[in-house]
Ligand binder design. Structure first.
Ligand SMILES: NC(=O)c1ccc[n+]([C@@H]2O[C@H](COP(=O)([O-])OP(=O)(O)OC[C@H]3O[C@@H](n4cnc5c(N)ncnc54)[C@H](OP(=O)(O)O)[C@@H]3O)[C@@H](O)[C@H]2O)c1
Length: 272
């Protein structure tokens, strides 16, 4: 397993996403056994960074993640749990309440990382960060970050946060280079901010080209593993793929051990 260290915080190159664990935008309790099995196998395989949000399954993803953590033998300190506040909850009091809700559902005393899930047009970032900074000083949250922030907003967040912005979580995959084109990746790399790639395997709809397939064959890997290996080979980039399938979960973790040659990286760089 490879790591990325910024501001004295070490993050695994591959974490585990929880969108669709426990439902989609509302809870679907009929899938609980399936969702818990996915979380248990991820914990057993050695995932330590879990990405969730108050939005996922209307909070039920957090409940199931908390349950899976409590039922495992893994110590809290060995895990890194990220959650996110909804764009509709960015006023001072709302942020504090939203975080309490996430902690209660997770059954945790603190979050390792708390993100603004998405900017909203009317947000007052000064107000939002006043609350986020308080959560850090109260020990409810260890680190702060943002998600889906463009370059201008990311810089603004950096100037308002009393602790370093640890990450900007954005879509990034072989087929989605929008945050490279907008200069966000370069800014993150130059300013010790991790760019967390969400939907790194295109939500399971990876476009498998002949060249991707050839590279996969050369490494006795799957195209999905090569897609992830390409993402996490880049400095200051980590990825949080989601999979309910233990075989895929193991393959995704193992993708960090694949060393792509300079020529292969170049070929994949050109393929987007
Ligand atoms: N901040 C945001 O706005 C935001 C937005 C979207 C997502 N996210 C976060 O990012 C996480 C990942 O993104 P995502 O869930 O949208 O998409 P993703 O991780 O790109 O794709 C998940 C899908 O890919 C399949 N898959 C995963 N690994 C595979 C493999 N090795 N081989 C074949 N299929 C594989 C999974 O199917 P199986 O279950 O069958 O393996 C699942 O259907 C989310 O869970 C969430 O935590 C954040």
């Amino acid at each position: 397993m490879n790591f990325e260290t910024v501001s004295n915080v070490t993050l695994t190159k591959i974490g585990f996403g929880t969108w669709k664990i426990g439902g989609e935008s509302s809870p679907n309790r009929s899938r609980d056994a399936h969702s818990l099995a996915a979380l248990r196998s991820a914990l057993e395989l050695g995932y330590t960074h879990f990405d969730t949000a108050e939005m996922y399954a209307g909070g039920h993803a957090e409940e199931l993640l908390g349950q899976a953590i409590r039922e495992s033998t893994i110590k809290r300190e060995a895990l890194f749990v990220t959650s996110k506040v909804l764009p509709a909850n960015l006023k001072y009091e709302q942020v504090l309440r939203a975080c309490e809700g996430s902690l209660r559902r997770l059954g945790l005393e603190y979050l390792d990382l708390y993100l603004i899930h998405w900017p909203n047009a009317s947000m007052q970032l000064v107000d939002t960060f006043r609350a986020l900074n308080k959560l850090v000083s109260d020990g409810k949250v260890r680190h702060l970050g943002v998600s889906n922030f463009d370059l201008k907003l990311l810089k603004q967040a950096g100037s308002l946060s009393e602790t370093p912005i640890l990450t900007n979580q954005v879509p990034y995959s072989l087929s989605d280079r929008s945050y490279v084109r907008s200069g966000v990746l370069e800014y993150c790399q130059q300013n010790d901010i991790v760019m967390t790639a969400y939907s790194p395997v295109d939500e399971g709809n990876l476009r498998i080209t002949a060249s991707l397939e050839a590279i996969a064959r050369a490494h006795q890997a799957t195209p999905y593993q090569i897609a992830l290996a390409w993402v996490v080979a880049q400095p200051r980039v980590i990825a949080i793929p989601m999979s309910a399938n233990p075989k895929h979960q193991a393959e995704n973790l193992a993708a960090t051990d694949i060393v792509l040659s300079r020529a292969e990286m170049e070929q994949l760089n050109q393929s987007g």
